[in-house]
Write a protein that binds this ligand. Structure first.
Ligand SMILES: *[C@@H]1O[C@H](CO)[C@@H](O)[C@H](O)[C@H]1NC(C)=O
Ligand SMILES: *[C@@H]1O[C@H](CO)[C@@H](O)[C@H](O)[C@H]1NC(C)=O
Ligand SMILES: *[C@@H]1O[C@H](CO)[C@@H](O)[C@H](O)[C@H]1NC(C)=O
Ligand SMILES: *[C@@H]1O[C@H](CO)[C@@H](O)[C@H](O)[C@H]1NC(C)=O
Ligand SMILES: *[C@@H]1O[C@H](CO)[C@@H](O)[C@H](O)[C@H]1NC(C)=O
Ligand SMILES: *[C@@H]1O[C@H](CO)[C@@H](O)[C@H](O)[C@H]1NC(C)=O
Ligand SMILES: *[C@@H]1O[C@H](CO)[C@@H](O)[C@H](O)[C@H]1NC(C)=O
Ligand SMILES: *[C@@H]1O[C@H](CO)[C@@H](O)[C@H](O)[C@H]1NC(C)=O
Ligand SMILES: *[C@@H]1O[C@H](CO)[C@@H](O)[C@H](O)[C@H]1NC(C)=O
Ligand SMILES: *[C@@H]1O[C@H](CO)[C@@H](O)[C@H](O)[C@H]1NC(C)=O
Ligand SMILES: *[C@@H]1O[C@H](CO)[C@@H](O)[C@H](O)[C@H]1NC(C)=O
Ligand SMILES: *[C@@H]1O[C@H](CO)[C@@H](O)[C@H](O)[C@H]1NC(C)=O
Ligand SMILES: [Cu+2]
Length: 581
């Protein structure tokens, strides 16, 4: 018990008051800047310093050394306005290689700043720096940043908040206060050891020991009685919760006891208001909800618990909590726990996704591509490879677990793909990724025997400006499972979803008017998701499952979007400090 009470002294407890102070300071600086420059429309340049260092954190009565940014966990929140230029100097002081991804940022003609290791850049090695330099255009809302190498993002992550252009109000009621809510996962052991262990065994990785909200497991875990994030609520006020799922391997349900959540924005794209008792948020996704403190003065839990769609998938059934604490309430009795959907409530999950609509107004128009130049059909799913070693692997039937897209299990190269593409280096990848599954079968029916994925670094090349329709179809080879699929460099119009096998006739049900716009769409278990995008951003862009467990198994591929005509459609050369392999 001594260890438990001691750790309270060393741990930062984030409260919304702290965040508010941070925000007020930010606003004050902003107003001063606006006054000084008279700028109301043009963006400004914002500089940030990210030092990657080690520090100790104690959770669940267990101290461990983690890798983090500027000694903070979660890392610093970045605040910008739409239109701003962002310059972040990242310096690596740890022994691991590092790379930071600005998740959901379009990176128009700045692919060099996107961040996935061995895709757009080589890692920032120990002692090195790299300055990410990009503008934030035509997006507003909550995004986030995270390490994009190995499983480093377990502790290297933070919020990236894009406020509207100066002088432009939200298209919903002005909240009294804004609170980032970052859901994560905590392992007592070194996460990189968990990664190495399951790669070598061929089985599934150890599940996390706790889910967290703003780095804290919450009071319902053992040896965590005082480790909860507390948001102070003033009766009658309205709060904007900026919810981010930074977890590695778990889709989550989130709710606030006795309060209705009104979704107003997802993945930095406004939505029609959607009232919900709980939301589904998958790793990679962000969701802004309004909540009004209109209940009797008291303490209410915000809680996040797992959505697990696969049969027999190991997972942790616990829930993480934070406290929504009304001013004037007593903490002598425990807060009310919200009712979350059951862990396998796929009906709730698909219904929630189906009800999301983009806002689609004159100020926020939605232009879904109608003429399609490229029809792509990708199967996504789990698979089994034969055991390499002369030992028994821990996957089903003594094999090694893997995952693939169109039956290709992706292998990251030793040189970054974007450099290989830009400088025409040969032998790094082949541009022959299949547009359709090489073998057709009943994807969601009884699995064919002996369908092993091929392995390779295969990319799909697309001419600049093409309109692409991408159908993502889950497979049932090793059990159907939900996959949150993230595309870098673009937002996807999520025009449809369904269960079973996609059939071209399903296109008659597509929402081409106000579909949700996301950088991470969910392919339902044993079902499909239909998406469209315009390839208006030259570069190499990663497409992958945002469950790290599947990503590591190879559930990923990359697009090359060719240059168009003229400088506005051409990727400039890399910055001088781009890391080398
Ligand atoms: C990052 O490290 C450099 C070099 O030690 C130091 O000068 C700088 O102040 C640090 N920045 C932050 C935000 O800690
Ligand atoms: C973390 O704790 C260990 C063991 O107490 C200590 O040796 C180490 O210096 C600490 N590391 C940091 C970065 O504070
Ligand atoms: C960032 O990019 C802009 C546009 O290319 C350039 O003018 C500026 O010098 C860059 N800043 C840094 C710090 O590299
Ligand atoms: C994973 O879990 C197993 C079983 O509990 C344990 O023996 C092993 O040490 C764990 N591995 C890591 C890296 O924590
Ligand atoms: C807390 O510990 C008890 C006793 O060891 C155990 O039964 C229970 O499952 C634990 N709860 C959590 C949330 O880990
Ligand atoms: C909150 O909801 C719970 C059930 O979820 C209910 O039992 C309780 O009465 C509600 N509390 C208030 C203050 O409405
Ligand atoms: C689907 O979601 C809507 C909006 O959240 C809700 O009103 C409705 O009851 C849900 N339907 C089912 C079948 O869950
Ligand atoms: C309750 O609140 C008081 C005053 O803020 C605080 O000193 C005390 O530690 C809290 N107790 C619990 C169990 O959180
Ligand atoms: C969800 O899991 C429970 C067991 O915990 C099971 O009884 C139920 O049938 C499952 N529901 C679905 C839809 O799979
Ligand atoms: C089995 O693997 C070990 C090392 O992992 C190796 O030394 C041995 O020669 C292998 N045996 C056979 C029959 O391949
Ligand atoms: C695919 O398999 C499912 C489940 O066995 C079955 O219901 C469906 O009819 C099959 N579809 C086709 C086209 O064979
Ligand atoms: C770091 O990255 C470089 C370049 O890809 C590679 O050669 C080196 O082995 C990596 N180091 C570690 C510790 O992974
Ligand atoms: Cu997946």
């Amino acid at each position: 018990m001594a260890a438990c009470s001691m750790k309270g002294l060393t741990q930062p407890h984030y409260t919304s008051t702290l965040r508010k102070a941070e925000y007020l300071l930010f606003s004050a600086i902003l107003l001063a800047l606006v006054a000084a420059t008279g700028a109301t429309h043009a963006g400004i340049t914002r500089h940030f310093d990210f030092n990657i260092t080690y520090h100790n954190e104690t959770r669940l009565c267990h101290m461990k050394k983690i890798v983090s940014v500027n000694g903070m966990f979660p890392g610093p929140t970045i605040h910008v306005n739409e239109g701003d230029r962002v310059v972040v100097k990242v310096t690596n002081f740890v022994l691991y290689n590092m790379s930071i991804h600005w998740h959901g940022i379009r990176q128009l003609r700045s692919a060099w700043a996107d961040g996935p290791a061995y895709v757009t850049q080589c890692p920032i090695q120990t002692g090195q720096s790299y300055t990410y330099n990009f503008t934030v255009l035509s997006q507003s809302g909550t995004l986030w940043w995270h390490a994009h190498i190995l499983w480093m993002r377990a502790t290297v992550y933070g919020a990236f908040i894009i406020h509207p252009k100066r002088g432009v109000p939200y298209p919903f009621i002005q909240p009294d206060e804004e609170v980032p809510i970052i859901i994560g996962e905590w392992w007592k052991s070194n996460v990189e050891h968990v990664l190495l262990e399951y790669i070598s065994s061929g089985g599934s990785p150890n599940v996390s020991d706790a889910y967290t909200i703003n780095g804290q497991p919450g009071t319902l875990y053992n040896c965590s009685a005082s480790d909860a994030f507390v948001a102070n609520a003033f009766p009658g006020k309205t709060y904007l919760l900026r919810i981010i799922n930074a977890g590695l391997n778990t889709e989550m349900f989130f709710a606030l006891a006795n309060h209705t959540l009104t979704v107003v924005e997802i993945d930095a794209s406004y939505t029609k208001p959607l009232a919900a008792s709980a939301i589904l948020i998958s790793p990679g996704q962000t969701t802004n909800v309004l909540v009004t403190a209109n209940q009797p003065v008291g303490q209410y839990y915000m809680a996040a618990g797992p959505y697990v769609s696969g049969q027999g998938v190991p997972f942790d059934q616990s829930i993480t909590t934070a406290i929504f604490s009304y001013t004037g309430s007593s903490n002598s009795s425990s807060p009310t726990v919200p009712t979350l959907p059951k862990f396998n409530d796929t009906k709730f999950a698909t219904n929630f996704s189906q009800n999301l609509r983009s806002l689609s107004t004159a100020q926020n128009p939605v232009n879904v591509p109608s003429q399609i130049d490229h029809q792509l059909f990708f199967t996504v799913g789990l698979s089994i490879k034969s055991c390499h070693h002369n030992k028994t692997c821990k996957g089903p039937n003594g094999g090694r677990r893997s995952a693939s897209v169109n039956n290709v299990s992706f292998v990251l190269p030793k040189t970054a793909l974007l450099q290989a593409h830009f400088f025409n280096l040969s032998g790094i990848y082949t541009a022959d990724f299949p547009s359709n599954p090489p073998i057709k079968f009943n994807y969601t029916g009884k699995a064919p025997k002996n369908l092993q994925p091929s392995v390779g670094t295969r990319l799909k090349s697309i001419p600049f400006g093409s309109n692409v329709q991408l159908i993502l179809q889950d497979t049932n080879l090793v059990g159907a499972e939900s996959h949150p699929i993230h595309l870098h460099g673009f937002n996807l119009y999520w025009v449809g979803q369904g269960l079973g096998n996609y059939h071209p006739a399903n296109s008659s049900t597509f929402n081409l008017v106000d579909p949700p716009i996301r950088n991470t769409v969910i392919v339902p278990p044993g079902g499909w998701a239909a998406t469209r995008f315009t390839a208006d951003n030259p570069g190499v862009w990663f497409l992958h499952c945002h469950l790290e467990v599947h990503n590591t198994w190879g559930l990923e591929m990359a697009f090359i979007v060719e240059n168009g005509k003229g400088p506005l459609q051409t990727l400039p050369p890399p910055p001088a400090d781009l890391p080398k392999c």
